[in-house]
Design a protein around this ligand. Structure first.
Ligand code: AMP
Length: 224
């Protein structure tokens, strides 16, 4: 496998991770693996697993590690992740998840973890206005709505506010981010796999910075 596109995208909620992961997945032609999207799909399907996941999500709590790790492991066993790479969005979120991910991937460990940095006041403003397509997960906002009457520009689905974007759930997710997920920045830094990217500016600006950082890492891994 050509090295360089096994990526983990980190950053607070509202940092623009979802949008950037969709763009990067298109750019590098690799699967975008979002644990949040996978759990939301299970909720929509009304499976027993989905019902249980929903309780955690609506409260802004993390789904237990063993459940999340099982889901990601199964996804990473599919062939499409073994061709060119993958983009992990929303996983890992705890050091235990990061350790388990490294164990699952073995010699094909992630090439780069990218932290998209956005100040807290901006994050809070973005989250209040965040809207998402209930069918395909494309992100919009009250500042950049879809063209027609809250109908998704990509798939025609209904664009709504996420059910877990309540004030209480947002606050809880930010606390958990600081406690459990932020330490992953150091975790990847210590393993020489971290790059931090400025998440301010237009989505195009941020994508450009991300692509530059990823291409630099790919060149280094290819020995150029
Ligand atoms: P997200 O779309 O990434 O913000 O995820 C939405 C919700 O799904 C989170 O608030 C958690 O309840 C759950 N979730 C997603 N990914 C994970 C993960 N890696 N570990 C634990 N819970 C997760």
């Amino acid at each position: 496998m050509v090295p360089g596109v096994r990526l983990v995208i980190l950053g607070k909620q509202g940092a623009g991770k979802g949008t950037q992961c969709v763009r990067l997945a298109r750019h590098y032609v690799v699967p975008h693996i979002s644990t949040g999207d996978m759990f939301r799909a299970a909720v929509r399907m009304g499976t027993e697993f989905g019902m249980r996941a929903r309780e955690y999500m609506d409260a802004g709590e993390l789904i237990p590690d063993e459940v999340v790790i099982g889901v990601v492991k199964e996804r990473l066993e599919q062939d499409d992740t073994k061709v060119r790479g993958f983009i992990l969005d929303g996983f890992p979120r705890t050091s235990n998840q990061a350790e388990q991910l490294a164990a699952i991937l073995g010699p094909n460990d992630v090439d780069l973890a990218i932290d998209i940095e956005v100040p807290m006041d901006v994050v809070l403003k973005r989250l209040a206005g965040r809207r998402v397509c209930s069918t395909c997960g494309t992100n919009f906002s009250t500042a950049t709505p879809p063209k027609y009457d809250w109908t998704c520009d990509v798939c025609g689905g209904e664009v709504v506010q996420r059910e877990d974007d309540t004030v209480d759930a947002i606050k809880r997710r930010l606390v958990l981010y600081e406690e459990q997920t932020e330490p992953l920045i150091t975790w990847y830094l210590e393993r020489d796999k971290l790059v931090s990217i400025d998440g301010m500016g237009t989505p195009d600006d941020v994508t450009q910075r991300l692509v530059r950082a990823i291409d630099r890492r790919r060149d280094a891994l290819r020995g150029r």
